[in-house]
Design a protein around this ligand. Structure first.
Ligand SMILES: [Zn+2]
Length: 368
């Protein structure tokens, strides 16, 4: 072998060994990633901190306030994802005005999705109330979303396939505790109560069917794993109940959290707060850690009143990521007396103000 080649090989060997010794000196830190997952849920079109019925500011609601919590929670960590858990289009006069009076004009984006785009949500769930204005309105609204809008247990009658995108596998570059970058594949799946077939019979019958949430999860989770999902987050538009499970159960977070492969559950639909004192003496539930059946679960109330936060610590060993710790908490936008704890996000306020003002003007015109 040529002398020069030998020298290069020797230098290469040296660089390899020094790399190995650095890696070996910090074995616990290798491939340990802290990943924060943020949740809004059941916004019910509460974009502004405003009560349209009493026509005055209400600092206990409004995504413009939650947005400030979102920014803070993101800035505290290196790796984060943001999701909405559904029921975001209907529930206040702004939602009604847009769906029933003004409509979404061609080329315009529904202000709820404009807000989601602005805040850079990673994916959003479809909730049962999203069907209240009919499938055409929903499909038109979804077109404006830059992020995946997903649900796995609503099926098209004609095609016998999921009506929406059932799940996504998001590829994200994350930074571990030593500053090294990794590509992480985060599987995200979403569900809603099967009761939609009763609640929105006129809009849905003959067009879609709803399959039981837990059965659907058990069907899709192995598929997502086989497609490379390192971890799986469930956007579960369903509440927490400890009643025995049956296929008709509406609130199934307790049973979803038992399914192997699901690493974190974002709950919703019932407008409760988890972790919270209501669940203090519930079975297999740890409200200090924010866990049910050992899995992190969060439910951030409703109307933007709180931000849900799950903090996951995941570790890579032998090429496989696994969750080694998962805890949750919620942060409120106001104290118990309704005093604001955060300012509104000015950028978001400016962005959604036109439709807010139109709604206020419309209510005034009606003399309400
Ligand atoms: Zn709901």
């Amino acid at each position: 072998m040529h002398k020069k080649t030998l020298l290069i090989l020797f230098l290469l060997f040296l660089s390899q060994t020094s790399f190995l010794s650095i890696a070996e000196s910090t074995p616990n830190q290798q491939g340990v990633v802290d990943l924060r997952i943020l949740e809004t849920t059941d916004l019910h079109a509460s974009l502004i901190n405003y009560d349209y019925y009493q026509t005055k500011a209400d600092n206990r609601i409004g995504l413009v306030k939650t947005a400030t919590l979102i920014r803070t929670a993101r800035n505290e960590v290196q790796n984060s994802l943001l999701f909405d858990d559904g029921d975001h289009l209907k529930g206040n006069p702004l939602g009604e005005y847009l769906a029933r009076i003004r409509g979404i004009h061609r080329g315009k984006i529904h202000p709820v999705y404009r807000a989601f785009n602005f805040l850079d949500y990673d994916a959003v769930a479809i909730g049962n109330h999203e069907f209240n204005y009919g499938l055409d309105f929903l499909n038109a609204a979804i077109k404006g979303a830059k992020m995946p809008v997903i649900n796995a247990n609503v099926f098209s009658v004609k095609k016998n396939k999921p009506y929406f995108t059932p799940y996504v596998i998001l590829k994200r570059n994350v930074v571990d505790q030593t500053g090294r970058k990794h590509e992480l594949k985060i599987g995200v799946i979403s569900f809603m109560p099967t009761q939609i077939m009763k609640w929105d019979k006129a809009n849905l019958e003959g067009k879609i069917t709803a399959k039981p949430i837990v059965d659907t999860a058990k069907e899709f989770i192995p598929i997502m794993k086989s497609k490379g999902a390192d971890i799986i987050v469930a956007l579960a538009h369903t509440g927490i109940s400890y009643e025995p499970y049956n296929a008709e159960s509406e609130n199934v977070v307790y049973y979803l959290s038992k399914i192997p492969g699901i690493d974190a559950v974002l709950a919703g639909h019932s407008h409760s707060v988890f972790p919270g004192p209501v669940y203090k003496n519930s079975p297999h539930t740890n409200i200090k850690m924010g866990q049910i059946n050992g899995k992190p679960v969060v439910m951030a109330g409703a109307f933007g009143s709180r931000l849900g936060i799950i903090d996951l610590r995941i570790q890579k060993s032998n090429g496989t990521w696994r969750v080694v710790k998962g805890t949750s908490l919620t942060r409120p936008i106001a104290d118990e007396s309704g005093n604001p704890l955060v300012r509104k996000d000015k950028g978001l306020y400016k962005l959604v103000k036109p439709e807010h003002q139109e709604t206020v003007d419309f209510i005034k015109k009606l003399g309400l």
